[in-house]
Design a protein around this ligand. Sequence first.
Ligand code: NAP
Ligand code: F7E
Length: 320
Amino acid sequence: MAKRALITGITGQDGSYLAELLLSEGYHVVGMVRRSSTETFERIAHIQDQLTLVSGDLLDEVSLINILQEHRPHEVYNLAAQSFVQTSWAQPVFTGESTAMGVTRMLDAIRTVDSEIRFYQASSSEMFGKVQAVPQDEDTPFYPRSPYGVAKVYGHWITVNYRESYDLHASSGILFNHESPRRGLEFVTRKVTNGVAKIKLGLANELRLGNLDAQRDWGFAADYVRAMYLMLQQDRPDDYVVATGETHPVRELCEVAFAAAGLHWENFVVIDPQFMRPAEVDLLVGDPSKAERVLGWRREVDFPSLVEMMVAADLKALQR
Ligand code: NAP
Ligand code: F7E
């Protein structure tokens, strides 16, 4: 009998890659989508006929209980969230409702319907914020710097708490930034690669950015969803940092992305204060040793290849 998995956030970047992976592993994949007046299925259109899509919302516990009762998943991957850090200052309460309380709603629905369901929580390196150690690993204390980071810390600890209180197989993946051609256009990598493609094709003549000094540990999303899957295949639930172990400033991202199109970044990038944040996370770099040792996880795509892949995809999409 095929294993069944429920993915919340299936219309997002990670949800689409995880759905592809689970289908290739022979799973029956159920994806939770929230009601909208327009469809947001662009990232899963190519596999939509292989998925069971169900209507639900992390803000609505009744919908979560009904989905679990009806579809009886063996595994739940909770990827849904208000995931854009900048928006979390403009919508801090909504961010808390979805990104923090949404986790409790799902965990409690699991406890109520079937406590044997295995659970994955999409935790984030943003929890490390003003970093207390370099590099960051599973024992590094959290110091979040945004309402999003604070909400993710709550989501992380409620996952640990339900594991310890109710003996749930609940794991938390502390994932560092991961990107792809499917990344949302507002995140800095995709904003830059899309901006490069527009400039190259004569559709724009500048790219407005905020803090170029911030440093991130950027990996490829398709590599990272493999770690999520591996966590739920372990006998014991646990928490894992998933990262590349390398960090790069936004400035270097610009340099590599513009160079991939034969352009020089300094001729086009303009600093715009509207993209600066009230509090910044200056430096993130993760230590993935535990995930490598216990899960046997390895990333396959390095930073220059990732950026070049994204620039090529944006050029191709805009040319179409
Ligand atoms: P994303 O592209 O922004 O996708 C977010 C998904 O959540 C979308 O499918 C969205 O649906 C859904 N969603 C938002 N609010 C919801 C709600 N109230 N009920 C149901 N669905 C809701 O994010 P991502 O990059 O794939 O990231 C996946 C998860 O990993 C998120 O929890 C994110 O915070 C976390 N994370 C991401 C990274 C990263 O670098 N990508 C790193 C660490 C952790 P719509 O399509 O309807 O908007
Ligand atoms: O910003 C700087 C910005 O929005 C990265 C989410 O997936 O990863 C993501 O959060 C850095 C920041 O990602 C612009 O100030 C400069 O220092 O791409 P970002 P993020 O905030 O790191 C974590 C792990 C998550 O969990 C989140 O869900 O780039 N930056 N100029 C800019 N950022 C943006 N967005 N736009 C700019 O113009």
